[in-house]
Design a protein around this ligand. Structure first.
Ligand SMILES: O=P(O)(O)OC[C@H]1O[C@H](OP(=O)(O)OP(=O)(O)O)[C@H](O)[C@@H]1O
Ligand SMILES: [Mg+2]
Length: 165
């Protein structure tokens, strides 16, 4: 696996704030949503925060698996489709949530199922941006976002070493 040029680590607290900021943006549209669709697995976390803020109680998933490393994404497999009732009117009135869009491939697969759905992600990279409607923070394409559920507390070397005498 090649290493990313830049790292963007996100704490739980920051993720909660950013997901809430996304909820504020979507709330500003003043639309009634028929349902929320979370793109698993990463979309489950912001979906839980945003459905609470927007009062949405009909939550569905679209389950997608892909092999990922920093630069390459393997083939995408849809493991579970959305309920066919949500596909009515090309997905109009459906709010689709994911943690981020990177190359835009995941969003494109789901967009093909529901072309009129509203796509919202917490973070976006430039290639994925055209595939989604609303996001909070953009990071450069050569940045890897480290989510809090993928991290743990570890010892950090001092920035300047050699203080032990
Ligand atoms: O725009 P893309 O290049 O398609 O990348 C974005 C997708 O990649 C990550 O999911 P991943 O496939 O790693 O699976 P996970 O959500 O189960 O962790 C992320 O949660 C997005 O769904
Ligand atoms: Mg994902």
């Amino acid at each position: 696996m090649s290493l990313p040029d830049k790292a963007f680590p996100v704490s739980w607290d920051q993720f909660h704030r950013d997901a809430r900021a996304l909820a504020w943006r979507v709330a500003g549209m003043q639309r009634e949503w028929r349902a929320m669709v979370a793109i698993t697995r990463g979309g489950l976390v912001p979906a839980a925060i945003i459905c609470r803020e927007l009062g949405i109680r009909m939550i569905e998933t679209v389950c997608i698996a892909s092999y990922h490393d920093y630069e390459e994404q393997g083939e995408l497999k849809v493991l579970k489709d959305v309920d066919p009732r949500l596909l009515e009117n090309e997905g109009d009135g459906i709010l689709v949530i994911d943690d981020l869009t990177d190359t835009g491939k995941t969003a494109a697969v789901v967009r093909a199922m529901m072309p009129k759905a509203h796509f919202a992600t917490v973070y976006a990279k430039p290639k994925g941006r055209p595939l989604i409607d609303t996001f909070v923070t953009e990071v450069s394409q050569d940045t890897w976002i480290y989510f809090p559920w993928d991290m743990g507390l570890t010892y950090q070397e001092p920035i300047t070493k050699g203080h032990r005498g």
